[in-house]
Design a protein. Structure first.
Length: 284
């Protein structure tokens, strides 16, 4: 088993976790391949680019938090193999284990005793008024929000070409079930189990309380566009990572991507356990 390792260099103690993980994996017969910058942090010259992971490794292990995992989605490209997250962050909805469970993780990888949670990806296409197009992929959500102005903006949303609503708000989020625990949740959206075949559209601080989150099937096309030219340019982001300016006349279409994200889970863990742990649910 060849395991690709990618470390977020901003995480305190990350290098120690990386070295301990490498020892745990190699002691069980796994071969470790370090991403180029990760190798440099470890004092080594040999490493591969993240975009080479699809052809070079069997499993990717990302050391960091949820943000590191989402960034890895972009860096790996079309990676359809298991991705594990080693949590040295805070919340960790997307991570497989903590840095205190490295031996358990290494044993699971070496013996193949793990589960795969298939997660939906979004494909967002920005269509400019001059005919140019840009394509982005996201694991959590895409967001169109007000730019430099502090005022509310007006956004028009369509579903499969049918007019849905005119939102007067700070912005609009289109999220996957995975992203339902992130920005959409903070904006008042519902929690959605990851295996659900849906997307959720959530307005950010809407002017009217009647404008609520809407859950739609994942086989539809959602189109978002600025409604008023005097709102000025807006900001479009994907997983809080890729950022581009949206001008009046531009539009964004969002669909379910043709590929998915394969999140590695240790046996005995589940999304519902993560909810109880991360959200502090105690029951009655």
């Amino acid at each position: 088993m060849k395991v690709g390792l990618l470390l977020n260099p901003q995480k305190a103690g990350g290098l120690n976790t990386l070295l301990a993980l490498r020892v745990a994996l190699e002691s069980r017969g796994c071969e470790c391949v370090l991403e180029r910058k990760t190798a440099q942090l470890a004092g080594e010259n040999e490493g591969i680019y993240a975009r080479e992971f699809p052809d070079q490794v069997d499993i990717a292990a990302v050391l960091g938090g949820d943000g590191t995992m989402m960034h890895a989605v972009s860096r790996f490209g079309d990676f359809r193999k298991p991705v594990a997250g080693i949590n040295i962050g805070t919340l960790g909805f997307l991570t497989t284990c903590t840095d205190a469970e490295l031996d358990d993780f290494a044993e699971a990888v070496a013996t193949g005793t793990f589960n795969i949670s298939v997660r939906m990806l979004l494909k967002a296409t920005v269509s400019r008024k001059n005919g140019e197009e840009e394509t982005y992929y996201g694991l959590n959500e895409v967001t169109m929000a007000r730019g430099e102005t502090g005022r509310l903006v007006t956004l028009k949303a369509k579903i499969d070409g049918e007019w849905l609503n005119r939102y007067r708000a700070d912005g609009l989020i289109v999220a996957t079930p995975t992203g339902s625990t992130a920005y959409s949740l903070s904006a008042g959206g519902p929690l959605i189990a990851p295996q659900s075949s849906v997307m959720v559209i959530t307005p950010i601080c809407p002017h009217s309380l009647s404008q609520r989150s809407l859950v739609v099937s994942d086989d539809v096309e959602v189109e978002i566009s600025p409604e008023r030219a005097d709102d000025g340019p807006m900001i479009f982001t994907v997983d809080g990572r890729d950022t581009t300016r949206i001008d009046p006349g531009d539009r964004v279409t969002v669909v379910k991507a043709e590929r998915s994200f394969h999140l590695l889970r240790l046996e005995g863990t589940s999304f519902y356990e993560a909810l109880r742990q991360k959200l502090g649910w105690q029951g009655v």
